[in-house]
Structures are given as C-alpha cells and as structure tokens.
Design a protein around this ligand. Structure first.
Ligand code: XCC
Ligand code: SF4
Length: 675
C-alpha cells in the first residue's frame, strides 16, 4: 500500500513540502490532497529516500559478481596518481564510461523499440492487413521514400512516370523495418545530416550499421573485461546514439506522421484543470501513439459518446501525460493533463475514471495510488505489465485496434458511476499553441519565395534572433518540478533565443503559459519579440514528444541548408538543454545532440563526478571531435547563460556578432525616442 507510513514513535514519516517541490499550483494542491488522504507520492518518497552517493558519482560497477565495486572520489580529490580500481582493475574512467554507455544503449533501445512498433504497424498497413490505420499524409511518405533508397518514379519507354503508390508504401515499410537488423551497409537516415557532419562520422568510423547491432555491441563492449579505454567506449556511445536520433526515433516520427498525420499548429490547453468533473476522464500515459490514436477515435465515436451520456456523464474528456500526451496534443489537440511528475496526481483528483498506459515513464506506484480511488489502471502493452492485482491488462493488437480501444473506453465509462472519493480537480490550466514541426516552422519562418528557413536565418544573421535552443526532457523528483525548464527558457527568450521544445519540457511550457504568441510581448527580448509578433508565433515552439527530438535535428539541418550560417550543425548559433532530466533516454538524446555538433547542457547532475578525467573528456575534449560537447549546470540562470555564451561564440565565429550589437543599438535608440 502506498499510505503514508508512521515511524516507530507514531509520528508520520517526513512528507514533501508541496510549495518547495513544484512551481505548479495544481501540482502543489494535489500533493497536499494526497497527504491529507494519506496517499504517498513520488514527492514524499523523494523527501525520505536519499540517492546512493557512489552511484550518483557514476563509479559503482555491478557488471560482474565480484562486485559491486564502489569507487568514491575522496572529498579532497585525488592527490597524485589515481589508484582506485575495482577487483578486476577497472578504473573509475572505465566504470563511469561503461555505465554511461549502458544508459545510451538503454535510451536508444527505448526510443528505437517504439520506432520498431510503429514500423511494424506501418508494414501491416502496407500489406493491407489492418483497416484501422490508414496513410494520412501521403506527401510525407513520398518525401521520406528517397532517404530509404526507394524510388518514387519509374522509367517507362524513356519517360519518367509516378510509381504505383502502394508499391512505394510496401517498399518503404520493408526498408524501414530492415534498419533494425540489416546484415550489411549502414543506417539510411544519417545521410540526411549536412554532408560535412556525415563525412565526420564516416571518417571517425562511427556510422551505425543497424539499430539492434549497435545496442547489442554496446552491451557486449561494456560487459566485464571487454572495452577498457573510455575514449573507445565513447565512440561506441556515438554510434549507438545515432541509431536513436538519426535512426529509430527519426523513423518513429516520420512513420507516425505518415500514418497519423503531420502536426500543424493548433490551440489547446494544459495542466490538470483540463479534467472535467461531469465527464468521463480518460488519462492516456506513456509513449507509443499507436494505441492512443485509436483511443481518440473510439472516444469520438458516436456509440461511445452516446454510451457515456447514457451513464450520466456529459461526455468523454481525454487527457495526456508524458509523451503519449504530446503525440495526441500535436495531432488532435487533446490537452495534456500533466508532466511525468503529475501522473500520480491525476488519479488523486478522484476524477480519473481510467488511466491507460503503454510503455516508458510509467510509475509502478500508480497501481498503489489507483487502489485508493476508483480509477481503473489499464496496461496495454505486452512488454509492460504490472504485478499488482488491481491492474487490468488489455493487450492491444494493431489488427483489431479500434475494437481494443473501444473496450478500454467502455470500461472507463462503466467506471464513471464508481467514483468514491470527493472529486477535487485543480482549477489551473493554461491556453497553448502546439503542433509545430519542421514543415510548419518553414511555413511560418521561411520565405514562400525561397521555400526554406531563409527568414529564420535572416533574422539570426541580422541579430534579432540571437540563436536557437532545443530545451527538452524530463522532470526529476530530485529537482523542483518545472522550475528548471521555466527559469531557463524565460532567461533564454529574454536574451532573444528562440526555443524548440519537446517532451515534458514542452508540457511544462504549456502548463506555465509559455506557448502563446502573447508570451513574446511579456518575456522576450526586443528582437525575438519583434519577429514573433510579425509572424505570429510563440517564442517557444512545441515540436512534440521525445522521439520528435529528431524534428530538432532536421530543423537545424534545414537552417544549414538555407545558408548564411555555416555548412554544418556545429557552426550554428544553437545549444541544447535538458534541465530536469532523469531518464536513460535523455542520455541517449544528449549524446546524439553532442555528436551532431550541438553544445548540450544538462541540469541537476551527471553521474560523472567520480571519474573527473572521463567527465572532462565529455565536457571539453569532445568539442574538438564533434564541435558539440556535454556540460552540466544545476543553477538555471547560469545554465541559460552557458548556452547563450556558446551561441555568442558561434555568432562570433560566423562573423555575425556585430549585427546583433547594431540591433540592440537600434532598440536603445527607439526606446530613447519613445521616452
Ligand atoms: Fe519521460 Fe517522454 Fe522524460 Fe517525460 S521527457 S519523463 S522520458 S515522458 Ni521524454
Ligand atoms: Fe568490479 Fe570489475 Fe566486476 Fe565491475 S567488472 S564489478 S569493477 S570486478
């Protein structure tokens, strides 16, 4: 049970101080309600349980049964030679690098296995084995086909004709799925990177062969007694991470767009206030939109809506959590109910009639919380079940997808009348504009004339926009919920940096009202505000879920193509950030950002401090190899200024630093005039 326990003296165990652990008022309210009801949440556990300090330093090795070998760094640092070693002789560098590599492998596996599921459904569509999924964006299919080496035209008697569409679909599906296990050659998508970047990977011997193979090789190389040169391990980290960003994740994004439609800007809302007391509330949580797409269709179907009405509800309200939430927001405007750290809290409202989960970022404690309420917790994926007996498993199969989804929706409707606890939905919610993508940025910030990112580049060159930052990633119960994301992003836009956001960072931005065009006037520097006002976009663009970080890579690639900002991603005045990261997936993302030439700063901490030499290699040396490097800065303002410092360095290298000084001068002049 998850009830808040008492200590031996009968005093309640320490619980979280709601205002100290989140900046979100809805979250604070629900933490207090949980505590009043005696229901324990992640916030309370974080208040009582300390992380292991040697693990936190990255130097605990349990890769064989002679360990765990724990190598703490003495507080005073190492004087003279570093003689710390595990039983086998593994150094702190080796242990930390192996642990790091395994995180890259796990993160890549998660994103890529998601991609594989999507590719499998796509193959079912191509083979016409399912009626429930269709191709909603044929244009996107034709656009990606050549990247897989699939021709979209045929030559007949010297004449070039369009190829049969179904034939193209089938070939793309087969080629895409082969990316996980093809026996020879290299992964297809890295070729989409700017040529100098691709050539660098090739020269370094870091082009991935196939997705599964690189993950397997990383597991092999980091097992007891194999790769003992941390620099060599980092090379494999890159090859594996490229399988994520320029592989499985990018394929997931593309095929989801093809089947479910490419997002375009839309208005929605965010935060727990989207739940409705008089509606059946279904919260969808996890990552793969394959099932949730069907839940949307089921919830909107006439028979389900009527069924809900017949049970006394006014309708069906869907709400998302985590990246499944982002996927549904981007394509259907389904409002997210919260970030990763709000998953338990959505149940604590007492109004969650069903929570449907698929894979990744799902707390096992949801089952314990659900037990205290009427909420039906439904797992749907064969690889993600829960042991608790109050959890229902409805396995989802793409061949009868809509039927499965309707079963789930019906179960939620039937549960509406069972609400036992008093319903208490926080009032807080915010309006947001979401649904951006590579294509819509081009539409808003490109010239129709040039059909490219020309206007964006132009405004970077003339200094109105200082640079671009990708701010992404999780929440972490060890840091104040949403504070890192919001403080860093506000500081960046104040300094005229345009933000591309995904994942829980994007959810945080929605929650705190940063995804509206009006934000520009309140929080932005003068240059960025002017651009946003002119083209009518928010200064923070929601690009989707975490697999959609691939959109950030492709947007950056489009910037290079549009010209004037160098010829490689490493030349761009750009930086990456994950302020509140917690998932292994974030490490995989960080590594492919860095290996793509992007300076990437993580908040909270990195598990590297026990191995300072390896840490310095990631933070400094990698810049000489990739142009991008890692960094870590827990203080949000300093974090933002590290990114701005890098952006300014790149502006200087491009010779466009003077332009910005002129723009600022213009602004000062204008203000003087206005006064
Ligand atoms: Fe999970 Fe994707 Fe992290 Fe949020 S951001 S906590 S991974 S849901 Ni991806
Ligand atoms: Fe210890 Fe080496 Fe075994 Fe790791 S691999 S647990 S360092 S003996």
């Amino acid at each position: 049970m998850s009830e808040i326990k008492t200590t031996k003296t009968g005093k309640p165990k320490k619980v979280a101080d709601a205002t100290a652990v989140s900046i979100c008022p809805a979250t604070q309210e629900m933490i207090i309600r949980a505590q009043d009801l005696g229901v324990e949440t992640v916030f309370d556990r974080a208040a009582t349980m300390k992380p292991c300090n040697i693990g936190a330093q990255g130097t605990c090795c349990k890769n064989c049964a002679m360990g765990p070998c724990r190598l703490p760094l003495p507080k005073a640092g190492i004087e003279g030679e570093d003689t710390r070693k595990g039983l086998c002789g593994a150094t702190a560098n080796t242990i930390a690098a192996r642990n790091f590599a395994r995180m890259v492998a796990a993160g890549t596996a998660a994103h890529s296995d998601h991609g594989r599921s999507v590719a499998e459904v796509f193959l079912a569509v191509a083979r016409k084995e399912t009626e429930d999924y269709k191709i909603k964006d044929p244009g996107k299919l034709l656009q990606i086909a050549p990247h897989f080496g699939v021709d979209t035209t045929v030559e007949v008697d010297g004449e070039e004709l369009d190829r049969d569409f179904d034939e193209i679909v089938l070939e793309v599906a087969e080629k895409a799925l082969a990316e996980w296990g093809k026996p020879e050659g290299n992964l297809a998508y890295p070729k989409r990177a700017p040529a100098p970047l691709y050539e660098r990977w090739k020269k370094l011997g870091e082009l991935p062969r196939n997705i599964d193979r690189e993950i397997v090789e990383t597991m092999h190389r980091t097992t007891m007694g194999v790769d003992q040169d941390y620099k060599n391990i980092v090379k494999q980290c890159t090859r594996t991470a490229l399988c994520d960003g320029w592989g499985g994740a990018m394929i997931a994004t593309d095929l989801q767009d093809v089947m479910f439609g490419s997002p375009s800007p839309l208005q929605s809302e965010a935060n727990m206030g989207i739940m409705k007391e008089d509606h059946v509330n279904i919260i969808i949580h996890g990552h793969e939109p394959v099932l949730s797409e069907m839940i949307v269709a089921a919830a909107q179907s006439q028979d389900m809506v009527e069924y809900a009405l017949s049970k006394g509800a006014k309708g069906i309200q869907l709400g998302g959590i985590c990246c499944t939430g982002n996927e549904l927001l981007q394509r259907h405007g389904v409002p997210p109910a919260g970030t990763f750290l709000q998953q338990e809290l959505a149940i604590i409202t007492g109004a969650c009639d069903a929570m449907v989960v698929d894979v990744q970022c799902v707390f096992q404690n949801l089952a314990n919380v659900a037990k205290c309420f009427h909420t039906k917790l439904i797992t749907t994926h064969p690889i993600a079940k829960m042991e608790q007996d109050n959890v229902v498993h409805i396995e989802f199969d793409e061949h009868h997808a809509l039927e499965d989804a309707k079963r789930i929706v019906k179960m939620a409707i039937d549960n509406f009348k069972n609400r036992a606890a008093e319903v208490m939905i926080p009032k807080h919610k915010a309006i947001q504009i979401a649904g951006f993508g590579v294509e819509s940025i081009e539409y808003h910030l490109g010239g129709t004339f040039r059909g490219s990112y020309y206007t964006l580049n132009d405004n970077i060159i003339n200094g109105r926009i200082r640079g671009v930052a990708g701010v992404v990633g999780c929440n972490n119960a060890r840091t104040k919920h949403n504070e890192g994301h919001i403080t860093i992003i506000k500081e960046l836009i104040k300094n005229d940096v345009l933000i591309l956001t995904t994942g829980c960072s994007a959810l945080a931005c929605g929650t705190h009202g940063l995804l509206t065009p009006e934000t520009a006037q309140v929080f932005c520097g003068p240059g960025l505000a002017e651009v946003c006002e002119t083209v009518g976009i928010p200064p923070v663009l929601h690009l989707g879920s975490c697999v959609d970080n691939s959109r950030i890579l492709l947007a950056a690639t489009e910037m290079v193509k549009a010209g004037g900002l160098g010829n490689d991603l490493r030349d761009l005045p750009a930086a990456g950030s994950a302020p509140e990261w917690m998932s292994e997936k974030a490490i995989a993302i960080g590594q492919y950002f860095v290996a793509s030439g992007i300076y990437t700063v993580f908040g909270y901490h990195m598990p590297l401090d026990g191995a300072p030499e390896f840490r310095d290699y990631l933070y400094n040396e990698l810049e000489n190899i990739y142009g991008g490097m890692w960094d870590c800065e827990p203080d949000p303002i300093k974090h933002a200024h590290k990114m701005i410092g890098h952006i300014d360095k790149k502006r200087k290298e491009l010779g466009i630093d003077k332009a910005r000084e002129r723009v600022l001068m213009d602004m000062a002049d204008r203000q003087a005039l206005e006064a």
